[in-house]
Design a protein around this ligand. Structure first.
Ligand code: IPM
Ligand code: MG
Length: 358
């Protein structure tokens, strides 16, 4: 197989974790005889520093002309003062929108040996294995009208939560299809007791469900879901939800697994898929060899599985990660007494060695 992969490390720890994932992908190419071409681009704050905008035309073109995109993270306090439309985060939103990446898959699984690293009790989190299916190009993130306007006596800030039938339909299908490869249960999360957009959401999800009689569908209000996630997360298989609710609930789901440094994601749509850890640029630990590269390496594994349909290769990476954890290697975020504390590069190296031996 031949493929072109856009590599966009971005800001903060993105610069440290992305190279570790690229090393693994190169090793996959060698061992399984695939030709991966890697082309790097600037995105986020580092692009602002170089060319003045968070998503340069060149980077967008690179992403559009690639088969898949590997992204690190964007943002940092240095760029927080910038006008809204020039901030690093706009790059991510622009990529999602321009590439048509409407489906965001965020799997949260507990590695048994990390139960101690979670802030929750072992008996609550043991055995969790859920998938957040987050709508990614609609809802309040993109709805219009939006903006800040002057009004007598002050200002008025506006965003609009909006969903069309078609937007709901296509993401619901993704969730039901994903459930078929898992435990066949979808929980659709909305706020249908208050919001009209949620009322439509629920109606359309029910309609799409008629095509998936083998999948069990239930509905949950988002406030209840936030509570159920820490009360009894094992009840969930696939969580189907909107852009904003998915943003919030996926961070919560990540912490169940011990660290936000463990969770990969895939953003899929009409064109090239984008793969990134769900965590941010972590400016407080950036450049110190402290970040956990596992979420990014696992995102590379998702790329192999979802974009290239290389399941064997993806499993080999996942196995190498599991083995590193079994061997007791831990970055600081997942470290507990009696395990071996390592940095970003060492963790990447151990996983690479496990892969090469596998
Ligand atoms: C995420 C992030 C982004 C989002 C930010 C960085 C724009 O929090 O991917 O979850 O809100 O979608
Ligand atoms: Mg988020």
């Amino acid at each position: 197989m031949k493929a072109r992969i856009a590599v966009l490390p971005g800001d903060g720890v993105g610069q440290e974790i992305v190279p570790e994932a690229v090393r693994l992908l190169k090793a996959v190419g060698e061992r399984f005889h695939h030709v991966f071409e890697f082309v790097s681009g600037d995105v986020g704050g580092s692009a602002i520093d170089k060319v003045g905008v968070p998503l340069p035309q060149e980077t967008l073109a690179l992403a559009q002309q690639s088969d898949a995109v590997l992204l690190g993270a964007v943002g940092g306090p240095r760029w927080d003062g910038l006008e809204y439309h020039r901030r690093p985060e706009r790059a991510l939103l622009g990529l999602r929108e321009q590439l048509g990446l409407f489906a965001n898959l965020r799997p949260a699984r507990l590695y048994p040996m990390l139960a101690e690293a979670s802030t929750l009790k072992r008996e609550v989190i043991e055995g969790i294995d859920l998938l957040v299916v987050r709508e990614l190009t609609g809802g309040i993130y993109f709805g219009k009208p939006k903006g800040i306007e002057k009004i007598p006596g002050g200002e008025r800030g506006v965003n609009t939560e909006v969903y069309t039938t078609e937007e709901i339909r296509r993401i619901a299908k993704v969730a039901f299809e994903a459930a078929r490869k898992r435990r066949r249960r979808v929980t659709s999360v909305d706020k249908a007791n208050v919001l009209e957009s949620s009322e439509l959401w629920r109606r359309v999800v029910i309609e799409v469900h008629t095509g998936y009689p083998d999948v069990e569908l239930s509905h949950m209000y988002v406030d209840n879901c936030a509570m159920q996630l820490v009360r009894n997360p094992r009840q969930f298989d696939v969580l189907l939800t909107t852009n904003l609710f998915g943003d919030i609930l996926s961070d919560e789901a990540a912490m169940l697994t011990g660290s936000i440094g463990m969770l990969p994601s895939a953003s899929l749509g009409a064109r090239a898929g984008l793969y990134e850890p769900i965590h941010g640029s972590a400016p407080d630990i950036a450049g110190k060899n402290l970040a956990n590269p596992i979420a990014t390496i696992a995102s590379a594994a998702m790329m192999l599985a979802y974009t290239f349909h290389l399941d064997k290769e993806a499993e080999a990476i996942e196995h190498a990660i599991l083995k590193a954890l079994e061997q007791g290697y831990r970055t600081r975020d997942i470290h507990s007494r009696g395990t071996k504390l390592v940095g970003t590069a060492e963790m990447g190296q151990v996983i690479l060695e496990n892969f090469n031996q596998g």
